[in-house]
Design a protein around this ligand. Structure first.
Ligand SMILES: [Ca+2]
Ligand SMILES: [Ca+2]
Length: 131
């Protein structure tokens, strides 16, 4: 599926795919990964954004030399307070940025994953993980 052109460009974004599944290392935790692809063949990964429940690790990983980075933001509420943290891999193919968060077990975590081009985020997909 193609998404429409944005911001006056004719770039055709490829729909990201996601997988959320129970954590193998953290009982009750749910890991999520969102993958971006270079085109609609879905054969070549452009990048991946992930949240892993064990130790609450948020990661953006750029896997393709395509002028696009990977951005991910985690948002959650604990102790009656809203929290968020974002990381971005914007230094080219192979760049990885991650954050080791500290989120109470069982907390729902909203994970917004996007591609980034020229400082702006595009093609976002939001999934829900569990810390
Ligand atoms: Ca955890
Ligand atoms: Ca890239």
């Amino acid at each position: 599926m193609l998404l429409g052109a944005m911001s006056g460009t004719s770039f055709a974004w490829t729909m990201p795919m996601y997988l959320c599944e129970g954590s193998e290392k953290d009982a009750g935790g749910v890991d999520c990964a969102v993958r971006f692809y270079t085109d609609n063949s879905y054969l070549v990964d452009a990048g991946v954004a992930s949240f892993y429940a064990y130790d609450e690790i948020l990661t953006a990983w750029d896997q393709e030399k395509d002028g696009l980075g990977v951005y991910v933001k985690a948002s959650w509420t604990s102790g009656g307070t809203s929290h968020s943290r974002e990381v971005a891999a914007v230094n080219g193919s192979g760049d990885v940025d991650s954050a080791n968060l500290d989120i109470p077990e069982g907390t729902k975590v909203t994970v917004k994953a996007c591609q980034r081009q020229s400082g702006e985020i595009h093609n976002c997909l939001t999934v829900t993980a569990t810390a």
